[in-house]
Ligand binder design. Structure first.
Ligand SMILES: [Fe+2]
Length: 314
């Protein structure tokens, strides 16, 4: 994170997401995903069936859906999603991960900053982070990009399934994350991604760095960083970010996306009450707008998303 705070936002009444629902990640094994999100990370199980596992983390939801491939490659840093944690939870959750055989980075930070980070992955390979704004009581090392000497060995974060903790995990501290802190998605070009975040998503930029831009979108920190690869694959629907919109914002958002030449799906419904719209960012990252209820327009229920139809190049 940076001291450079360049406020940039669209000074208009363009429609924009009103909130953040959560992220959907690919899963190679739903049982492992559930164990990881619930038993290891202390999330609250909301839904479990053959199509998905949905787990609540106070102010956002992580959904794991079966998908062949599409997870981050072992050597990459993006995409990742960061949980906000207290110093107590930072230590407690690291203990929980290690007891289940999940490798982590060392407790680390950046020179001159109080916060502490930890990277780790789920059993399918999706990357996560603990971000403790108040730091950690554990011994901390400093990252190489800011004058320290700690270089993260990302491939070493991969592992082969969760282990059973001693005593069924009963001795482990129950220290759930506070909620969402930020994400960083991989993008092919930073200026293009920033333009998309500001003008299409209506984001308010609050970190503007040469290799990283983060904006408030729907009140949540949405970050992008350039990388050679790592966005949602053409044939995949996840990883996928879901923002919420108010009932009367869905159609204006769709017209807004149209005005940029961005292909959108039909407005679809799963349960007859919700309304959903899918589209991609210029790199290909899959995004979703969700209106939980009250949408008055037409919706389709007989719909299978063809993720390739949402690709574009501009
Ligand atoms: Fe991060």
């Amino acid at each position: 994170m940076s001291e450079i705070h360049t406020e940039e936002r669209v000074q208009s009444d363009s429609p924009r997401p009103s909130g953040f629902y959560g992220i959907t990640v690919p899963s190679s094994d739903l049982q492992q995903s559930k164990r990881f999100l619930v038993d290891v990370l202390c999330g609250k199980l909301l839904e479990e069936n053959a199509r998905r596992v949905r787990v609540d983390f106070t102010n956002f939801i992580i959904t794991a859906e079966p998908q062949e491939g599409g997870v981050i490659k072992p050597h990459l840093e993006q995409p990742h999603i960061a949980f906000d944690v207290t110093p107590e939870a930072y230590a407690g959750l690291r203990e929980r991960l290690h007891a289940h055989g999940v490798p982590t980075t060392k407790p680390w930070g950046r020179m001159g900053k109080p916060y502490a980070l930890t990277y780790f992955r789920d059993p399918s390979g999706n990357q996560y982070e603990f971000f403790s704004p108040e730091g950690t009581t554990l011994e901390k090392v400093y990252g190489g990009r800011r004058g320290g000497d700690y270089v993260i060995d990302f491939p070493a974060l991969a592992y082969d399934g969760l282990k059973d903790p001693a005593n069924g995990g009963k001795d482990l501290p129950f220290t759930p994350p506070t909620g969402y802190n930020h994400n960083t998605s991989a993008v092919r070009e930073l200026a293009e991604a920033k333009h998309f975040v500001v003008h299409v998503l209506g984001g308010d930029v609050f970190h503007n760095e040469p290799a990283h831009v983060t904006a408030w979108v729907g009140g949540f920190a949405y970050g992008v960083a350039p990388q050679a690869e790592g966005w949602t694959l053409p044939e995949c629907v996840s990883p996928r970010f879901t923002f919420t919109v108010k009932p009367d914002e869905m159609d204006p958002m769709r017209r807004h996306l149209d005005s940029f030449g961005i292909p959108t799906s039909d407005v679809v419904t799963e349960d007859g009450t919700d309304a959903r719209l899918y589209f991609r960012d210029p790199s290909g990252n899959m995004l979703e707008l969700l209106c939980l209820n009250g949408y008055q327009g037409k919706t389709r229920s007989d719909f299978t998303l063809d993720p390739r139809e949402l690709l574009y190049d501009q």
